[in-house]
Design a protein around this ligand. Sequence first.
Ligand code: NAD
Length: 490
Amino acid sequence: MKTAAIIGGGVIGGGWAARFLLNGWDVRVFDPDPEAERKIGEVLSNARRSLPGLGNVALPAEGALTFHATIAEAVEGAAWVQESVPERLDLKQKVYAELQQHCAEDALIGSSTSGFKPSELQEGRGNASRIVVAHPFNPVYLLPLIELVGTDVNPADVIARAKEIISGIGMYPLHVRKEIDAHIADRFLEAVWREALWLVKDGIASTEEIDNAIRYGFGIRWAQMGLFETYRVAGGEAGMKHFMAQFGPCLTAPWTKLMDVPEFTDELVDLIADQSDEQSGMHSIRELERIRDDNLVGMMRAMSANDWGAGALQNVQDKAREGEAGLLNHIDQIGDLSKPVLTLNRTVPLDWTDYNGHMTESRYLDAFAQSTDRLMLLIGCDAEYIASGGSYFTAETHIRHIDEVHAGHSIQVRTQVILGAGKKMHLWHEMYEGDRLLATGEHMLLHVDLATRRSAPPAEHVEAALVKLATAHDALPAPDGLGRAIGAPR
Ligand SMILES: NC(=O)c1ccc[n+]([C@@H]2O[C@H](COP(=O)([O-])OP(=O)(O)OC[C@H]3O[C@@H](n4cnc5c(N)ncnc54)[C@H](O)[C@@H]3O)[C@@H](O)[C@H]2O)c1
């Protein structure tokens, strides 16, 4: 049932196609533009380079991408149809009339429309109950937000199923309970856009100065806390009420020109286009897309480490994908204890590479640290146990960098317990890409009491699980390179 039809494969439709494909769905595209296949291919190559490494767990195997000559053919077998044709109501309505004829009865139809209300798309359609707005943000393959807007004709199970599908492809369905022109987010963007046009037209700021005003300041704040939480902090200890008392009165001052729109004269359009060329014309659009994607991945991964905002969402998705990626949560789930255990299965993310174009040395330790965390989890040293006051600290590490690996490549780590007794846990990690050995990591960890910060014996159940794994691994041959000192002959 994991087949999606993409009707309109431009900037947004291409992003949807990539999002579905990389999450394991088959994708069938209809777009009359003879260039559509090339354009989608370019969006897809950007997506393949950035999305798989965003989380800490491997994505499922990619689905199949096919192109079709008619809407009727494209929607065959599709559980989800995503319409992303140009923003013209007459054109969209024409497409919906065709979709009504050819879609499976239980298929859901989402529209990418930025401005139209779902009732405008549902009007006159026999399958209105299956049509919703599913408004994404560019790049669709990285940004998780979907504004999901329905009307009274959409039954609750349609909205629930839409949420399930959207969440299943790693996105966040924000259910907009009441339809409104331009939904939620575009109303803000429109306000900021109007204000920016005035600032340029009135000669107060250039396009670059406006972008700097956003990216060096409030833009970074917004990405991680939004508006209200940011202002709550800005109110200091006195909080939100104090903030409103302090800045509320300014709202009546004529700081903004919100509803006035500057006339789009040739002069204004040229002024903005010229300034934009001067600001960014040294980069092609493809380069800018990659710069944007690199930064987005870096920011979202930083938020994952803090379990916050879009990063917290990614962590939930990683957790949901662990089983399919072969990662287990407890020793009792391991079928064959006699083999080294899989402790990492992920893609090398963009922010793990360096000026040499490959995974930088410190990230090998990052990967091994994730494997050690997984091994701890397997023996019962989980978040609850750590909160109760026990954990393992690393006392010594020896990494051998054997072969290089690049962003976007799939890596796995398998771990052998060399010693697990009392306070000591001696681990041997081997990192592979397929059959190719990339690195080994040898680590000695000590169990500690987090109150005294000193070594102390683990709880009985943790020690018993560790001993069980260590005993099973005793039968394995000693790994090549175990205990090797730097510079020692092979
Ligand atoms: N660009 C954005 O940032 C953005 C963000 C969110 C939502 N949207 C919405 O997404 C939709 C598409 O916008 P876009 O930016 O991808 O536009 P686009 O011009 O890049 O792509 C539209 C595509 O639709 C194709 N098309 C035209 N007529 C068609 C038809 N009858 N059947 C199938 N395909 C047809 C075109 O060939 C083109 O490839 C709009 O509704 C827009 O409001 C855009």
